[in-house]
Write a protein that binds this ligand. Structure first.
Ligand code: NAD
Length: 474
C-alpha cells in the first residue's frame, strides 16, 4: 500500500512514534493508502522548519521574478503529474476522475501561475503628500502561514491558499483534511523538485481537534491561519487564534440560494442549476442547494430539472463517464443519509444509491424551517420552493445564517442588477455558476466566513502592509 508522509524541512517522513492511519477509498470502502499520523510533536517540527526557513532562508528575500519562476516550475510539474494527482484525490474522496483531471488539477496549476504573476506585477500605493513628505506602501511577507484545508476539493483548495502565501514570500505548513491527505504530500514533493527550498512548503498530516490541526492553531510562532471548512470548526479555530492574536481567514459553509425567474432562459437555468447542486456529489460549499422557482414556470422547470437529474451517471469514480461518485467517507454518507431519510417534504426523484452513493435527490414541499432547507447538507440534495414576487424571492434567499453565494436566472437586466445588490452573499452569479476571475474577492457574509481571498484580497491577508513616510528636505 502506498505511504504518504509528512514533508518537513524538505524530508518526507513518518511521525516520531511511527503512528499511521489509513485513507479509505469510499468507492471500494477499503484502505488504499497509509498516512503518517501527526500530532503536537510533528506540528512543532513543521512550524520550526517553516519559521527557520522564513527567518533565515532565502525565500522571503528573493525577488518576485525569481520566486515566481520557481512557482511556475511547480505549476509545470503539477501539470506533468496531473494523472497521479487526479488519482490521489479520486481514491481519497471518490471524486469522479474526469472532474479531477479536467477541473481540479488544471485549476491548481492555474492558481500557482496566477498568484506568481499577480505578486510580480502588483502595484503599491504611492501617496504624494503636500507637506514636504512622501509616503508609500510596502507589502511584506507575513511570516509562517498555517493552511488548514477541507476534503471536498483537496488539491485545488490547498493551492488556493499555498499559492498566494508562497508568492508573497511566506513559508507554509499545510494541513490537509484527514480524509484527503495524498495529494498534499505529492504537491510538497513536487515543490522540492521545482527547486522551492526545504522548509518553505511543509505538509503535516493528522486530525483536527486534539491533534495536528489544533496544535498548529495554538502555536504562537504562526503568523497567519487560513482555514477552509465547517463554520463550527471556524469558531473553534478563531478561539485558538485569539489567544495569540493570530489573524485568521475563514472560508466556511454555505447554503446557496438559486433564484430562477419566469423570464429566465430555461435551458440555461436548468443546465446551471443541475451543475450547481450535483457537481462533486453536492459536496461543494457553493452548492445551489436551495432552489427558488417562480410559480408560473415551476411545473415546466421541475419536469426538465428532474429529467436532467435522472440522466446523471452515478458510479465508479475511476470510470471517465461517471458524474457522481460516492460521498467522501462513511461518516459523511451517514450525515447526508440522515437528511434524505428525515422525511421533510416530498422526494420527486433520488434517494440512497449503492454503497456510499446518494442519487441526485430533488425535494419539494419541505417547510422553510426544516433541517433540509436550513442546514448545509453537503450532498446531492436540493429543495425546490416556488415564489411569486421578486421581494419574496430575495427575502427567502437571505433567510439563512450563511451568505457564501447565490445565483440569479433572469433575462431582465435591471432585475439582475437589483437582485444581485439585494442578496447578502459573497458571490452572486447571474445566468451562470462557478465562473471565477481569480482577482475577484472570494468569501462569505455571516456564518460563511471572515475576510476575502483572491487577487489583492489575498495580498492583504498574506502580507504585512507597511507605510513608509519620508521627509523631503527643501
Ligand atoms: P472541517 O471543518 O471538518 O475540517 C476542515 C479542516 O479542519 C480539516 O483539515 C480538519 O482536520 C481541520 N480541523 C477540524 N477541527 C479542527 C480544530 N479544532 N483545529 C484545527 N483544525 C481542525 O470541514 P470539512 O468537513 O473538511 O469540509 C467541509 C466544509 O468545508 C463544509 O462546511 C463546506 O461548506 C466548507 N467549505 C467551504 C469552502 C469555502 O470556500 N467557503 C470551500 C470548501 C469547503
Amino acid at each position: 500500500m502506498e505511504f504518504f508522509g509528512h514533508v518537513i524541512d524538505g524530508q518526507e517522513r513518518g511521525s516520531l512514534d511511527g503512528a499511521r492511519f489509513a485513507s479509505v477509498d469510499p468507492w471500494t470502502q477499503q484502505p488504499w493508502a497509509e498516512v503518517a499520523l501527526g500530532g503536537g510533536p510533528e506540528a512543532d517540527l513543521a512550524v520550526t522548519a517553516a519559521r527557520t526557513a522564513f527567518d533565515e532562508g532565502p525565500w522571503p528575500r528573493m525577488g518576485f521574478a525569481e520566486r515566481g519562476a520557481l512557482i511556475h516550475r511547480l505549476a509545470d510539474l503539477v501539470t506533468e503529474h496531473a494523472e497521479e494527482l487526479a488519482q490521489a484525490d479520486s481514491h481519497d474522496m471518490g471524486k469522479p476522475i474526469t472532474d479531477a483531471r479536467t477541473k481540479d488539477v488544471p485549476r491548481t496549476a492555474q492558481n500557482f501561475r496566477f498568484f506568481a504573476d499577480h505578486a510580480r506585477l502588483a502595484m503599491a500605493e504611492t501617496l504624494p503628500m503636500d507637506t514636504g513628505h512622501h509616503a508609500y506602501t510596502r507589502y511584506e511577507p507575513a511570516g509562517v502561514v498555517a493552511a488548514i484545508a477541507p476534503w471536498n476539493f483537496p488539491l485545488m483548495l490547498e493551492s488556493w491558499k499555498v499559492a498566494p502565501a508562497l508568492a508573497w514570500g511566506n513559508t507554509v505548513v499545510l494541513k490537509p483534511a484527514e480524509d484527503t491527505p495524498a495529494s498534499a504530500t505529492i504537491l510538497a514533493r513536487l515543490a522540492l523538485e521545482a527547486g522551492i527550498p526545504p522548509g518553505v512548503l511543509n505538509v503535516l498530516h493528522g486530525y483536527g481537534p486534539d491533534s495536528a490541526g489544533s496544535a498548529l492553531t495554538a502555536d504562537p510562532r504562526v503568523d497567519r491561519i487560513t482555514f477552509t471548512g465547517e463554520s463550527g470548526t471556524g469558531r473553534v479555530i478563531t478561539g485558538a487564534a485569539a489567544r495569540n492574536l493570530t489573524p485568521v481567514s475563514l472560508e466556511l459553509g454555505g447554503k446557496g440560494a438559486n433564484l430562477v425567474f419566469a423570464d429566465a432562459d430555461l435551458d440555461n437555468a436548468v443546465d446551471w442549476s443541475i451543475k450547481a447542486v450535483f457537481t462533486n456529489a453536492g459536496q461543494v460549499c457553493l452548492a445551489g442547494s436551495r432552489l427558488y422557482v417562480q410559480r408560473e414556470i415551476l411545473d415546466e422547470f421541475l419536469a426538465r430539472f428532474v429529467a436532467a437529474a435522472e440522466a446523471l451517471v452515478i458510479g465508479d469514480p475511476r470510470d471517465p463517464a461517471t458524474q457522481i461518485g460516492p460521498l467522501a467517507s462513511e461518516t459523511h454518507y451517514a450525515k447526508v443519509r440522515g437528511y434524505v431519510e428525515d422525511g421533510a417534504g416530498k422526494v420527486l426523484t433520488g434517494g440512497l444509491g449503492d454503497g456510499w452513493t446518494v442519487r441526485p435527490t430533488v425535494v419539494v414541499d419541505a417547510p422553510a424551517d426544516s433541517a433540509i432547507v436550513c442546514e448545509e447538507v453537503f450532498g446531492p440534495v436540493v429543495t425546490v420552493t416556488p415564489f411569486d414576487t421578486e421581494p419574496e424571492a430575495v427575502a427567502a434567499a437571505n433567510d439563512s445564517p450563511y451568505g457564501l453565494n447565490a445565483m440569479v436566472f433572469t433575462e431582465n437586466l435591471s432585475r439582475a442588477h437589483r437582485v444581485s445588490a439585494a442578496l447578502r452573499a459573497g458571490t452572486v452569479w447571474t445566468n451562470c455558476f462557478f465562473v471565477r476571475d481569480l482577482r475577484a474577492p472570494f468569501g462569505g457574509f455571516a456564518d460563511s466566513g471572515w475576510g476575502r481571498e483572491g487577487g489583492n484580497f489575498s495580498r492583504e491577508f498574506f502580507t504585512e502592509p507597511k507605510a513608509v513616510v519620508m521627509a523631503i528636505t527643501p
